[in-house]
Design a protein around this ligand. Structure first.
Ligand SMILES: Nc1ncnc2c1ncn2[C@@H]1O[C@H](COP(=O)(O)OP(=O)(O)O)[C@@H](O)[C@H]1O
Ligand SMILES: CC(C)(COP(=O)(O)O)[C@@H](O)C(=O)NCCC(=O)O
Ligand SMILES: [K+]
Length: 242
C-alpha cells in the first residue's frame, strides 16, 4: 500500500509519497509547488500508484475542490481535521476544530520527533505559527503572526518610501545601517523573537523550525533548534500510522 500525504498551505501545496512500512519521514518521493501547478503535481501522484491519501488543507474550499478533482480515481481519501485527540496528542484549543489542521499535524510531528520533551514547533509559511506541545502530549496553544513575506510586503505596500525587500541567506546586523537591512532585521527579529519568547515561556527542551521561510529565519535564532523540511507532512505520516 502506498500513502500520499498532502499539505496545502496558503501559498504552496507540499506532498510526499511513502510506503506502508516506511520509517517516519522516509519519503519515496516528495515535492511542492504553488497552487497553480496542481495539475503537474497530480500527474506525479498518479504515476506513484498511491492507494490512500491524507490531506491537510488550510487554503479554503476552492483549493480543496481542486485537490479532490485532481486525486487519482478509486483512492481512499481522508481530509485531516483538528480533533480533540489524535495519535496520542491532546488538542488544548478551547474549540478544537478551530485550530488550523496544519498546526495540529505539525504538533503531532513535533511530538513524534521529540517524544517526552516540552517542544516548540514553528511553521514559517504564509503565516508563521509558533506552538507549544508538552512532554505529556498536550498541544496547549500558540501564536499566529504574518509570515516573512507578508511582513515585508505590508511595509512596502503601506508606506511611501519603503521598498520590497528580499531576505538573503545570512541575516543582516541587528541594527541595519541602510533601509533594506533595517527592514530585514526588523522582520527577522519579529519572527525569531517570537520563537525565542515561546521557547523561554514554555521552558522548551526542543525547538523545531519548518516551512518555506525556515531557511531565512533559523539563522537568526539564538537558541538550539532543529530545521525540519516539512513538519506538517511528518505529522500527517505519524497520524496515518498511529
Ligand atoms: N525566496 C524566499 N524568500 C523569503 N521567503 C520565502 C521565499 N520562498 C518562500 N518563502 C516563504 O515561504 C512561504 C511559503 O512557504 P510554505 O511553507 O509553503 O507556506 P504555506 O504552507 O503557507 O503555503 C512564503 O510565504 C514565504 O514566507
Ligand atoms: C494560521 C494559518 C493561516 C497558517 O497557514 P499557512 O501559513 O500554513 O498557510 C492556518 O493554520 C489557519 O488558517 N489556522 C486557523 C486558525 C487557527 O489555527 O487558530
Ligand atoms: K504556517
Amino acid at each position: 500500500m502506498k500513502l500520499l500525504l498532502i499539505d496545502a498551505g496558503n501559498t504552496r501545496i507540499k506532498w510526499a509519497v511513502v510506503g506502508s512500512d516506511a520509517a517516519l519521514g522516509a519519503w519515496e518521493a516528495a515535492d511542492g509547488a504553488p497552487h497553480a501547478q496542481l495539475d503537474a503535481m497530480a500527474a506525479s501522484w498518479r504515476a506513484a500508484g498511491v492507494t490512500r491519501v491524507l490531506v491537510s488543507n488550510v487554503a479554503g474550499p476552492e483549493v480543496r475542490a481542486r485537490i479532490a478533482a485532481a486525486l487519482p480515481d478509486g483512492i481512499e481519501v481522508e481530509w485531516f481535521a483538528s480533533t480533540p485527540e489524535r495519535a496520542g496528542l491532546q488538542n488544548g484549543y478551547l474549540n478544537p476544530g478551530q485550530l488550523g489542521c496544519d498546526r495540529f499535524a505539525a504538533a503531532i510531528g513535533a511530538r513524534a520527533l521529540a517524544p517526552g520533551e516540552d517542544v516548540i514547533v514553528a511553521t514559517c509559511g504564509t503565516a508563521t505559527t509558533v506552538d507549544a506541545v508538552t512532554k505529556d502530549g498536550r498541544f496547549i496553544g500558540g501564536m499566529i503572526l504574518p509570515g516573512l513575506v507578508l511582513m515585508a510586503t505590508s511595509l512596502a505596500r503601506n508606506t511611501a518610501q519603503l521598498p520590497q525587500v528580499q531576505p538573503g541567506s545570512a541575516p543582516p546586523p541587528v541594527f541595519g545601517d541602510n533601509t533594506d537591512d533595517a527592514i530585514v532585521s526588523g522582520i527577522l527579529s519579529a519572527q525569531a523573537g517570537a520563537i525565542e519568547r515561546a521557547c523561554s515561556e514554555h521552558g522548551a527542551r526542543a525547538c523545531i523550525v519548518s516551512g518555506g521561510a525556515a531557511p531565512y529565519i533559523a539563522p537568526a535564532l539564538k537558541l538550539p533548534h532543529r530545521v525540519v523540511d516539512n513538519i506538517v507532512l511528518v505529522g500527517l505520516h505519524a497520524a496515518a500510522i498511529a
